[in-house]
Ligand binder design. Sequence first.
Ligand code: GDP
Ligand code: IMO
Ligand code: MG
Length: 425
Amino acid sequence: MPSSIVIGTQWGDEGKGKVIDILASQAEVVVRSQGGNNAGHTVVNNGVTYKLHVIPSGILYPDTLCLIGAGVVIDPKSFLQELKTLTDKNISTKNLKIDPRTHVVMPWHIVLDGLSEEFRGSSDIGTTKRGIGPSYMDKYERSGIRMYDLIHPEIFKEKAAASGRLKNEIITKVYGGEALNIDEIITEYIEYGKQLAPFVDDVSVLCYEAHKAGKTIMFEGAQATLLDIDFGTYPYVTSSHPVSGGVCVGTGVGPKMIDRIIGVAKAYTTRVGKGPFPTELNDEIGEKIRNVGGEFGTTTGRPRRTGWFDAVILRHSVRVNGLDGIALNKLDTLSGLGDLKVCTAYRKPDGTVIEHFPAALEDLDGCEPIYETVKGFDEDISGCRTFDELPEACKAYIKRVEELCECPVTMIGVGPDRAQIIIRD
Ligand code: GDP
Ligand code: IMO
Ligand code: MG
């Protein structure tokens, strides 16, 4: 299949990085289309762990073109650090390109992310504090600084001075924070611009040319469907469109270019940060999933909240993204938990049963998950490489997930390594 999208179906950290890395072995181009360094994608190859934030997960393949599309926001300082981490490990970054339309995360965005969270007090969102929301705010207010500006010092100086001055007013007068030294920031960022300039290229054109040449393109989603600004649990969401529809606008390609859409899910559910989570387990099983599954944030190190698999949110993802298949990761983590539960629908406080994820949190309030119990398994499945090798209980679990989500499970993750995958299609 020439062009595929790989997207998160839950609240992030489903193992998108791993799936992209595996599929990238057959891809010539890997493209990121939204988000920024709030993302943390882990790739494990031969026991070596790579943690990527903005750089596409195809980077481990030296000949793969890795593109960062217009819809991404880039923190230059963190980007250059990420680049260094890779070059220190002898990973080539010569095929990495950044669209000039990407917006730049400036230091005031990071400060404002922290201050606005503090101001919200107990109603905070639990952001990654990477300045993502404030940067997208500037973009949509049409006052943002783009990569093009950053690599043109004269343009950058003018825009950064104007933006920085206004942001200092907000930081000091609205939030009572400390003013930033705008001149120092401008000098520092002009240097970053010089280092980034060689990477800047038109990603829309590169994708179009690659497509015309019949090359295989993978679009790598960041965050996930339930964190989408419109289709997630608003306001406990991120400030971009992680759904499949976001890929076209975030890279500058037409929808007809896409042949296949794969949704990545965990065999259970996790969430970092605040917001509703109907199947959350605040008990021993939840703790066991967290410890066995290593459920701690790749970007912030925060413990992830854990819970049972929720078919209501998966059905929402299948519909919103138009999924062709599900990559179900971390099935191995469920071993030894005893019987497993799967949420099939929600029951509202008035007794009504709902099968579709509600639009407003007010409608989700008080909803109880309706569970079905599925037989668990105790075997170590991390060495299984074919569907037939899996224990019968695992096969039955997957079959039930497929029925409830109305979508085939085409890949099954049985461990973090590149090799620990069962591919069915
Ligand atoms: P992403 O943000 O969707 O790319 O996911 P993260 O990298 O943030 O988190 C997924 C975590 O699960 C990482 O630590 C992966 O190495 C790990 N992982 C991915 N797939 C599997 C799997 O099938 N089994 C196990 N045990 N770990 C996995
Ligand atoms: P990957 O790509 C999990 C969450 C944050 C917070 C909310 C808003 O690794 O799956 P933001 O900093 O984006 O304004 O925070 O979104 N969040 C993620 N959770 N995985 C991610 O990315 C996330 N990116 C943002 O925890 O709840
Ligand atoms: Mg992650």
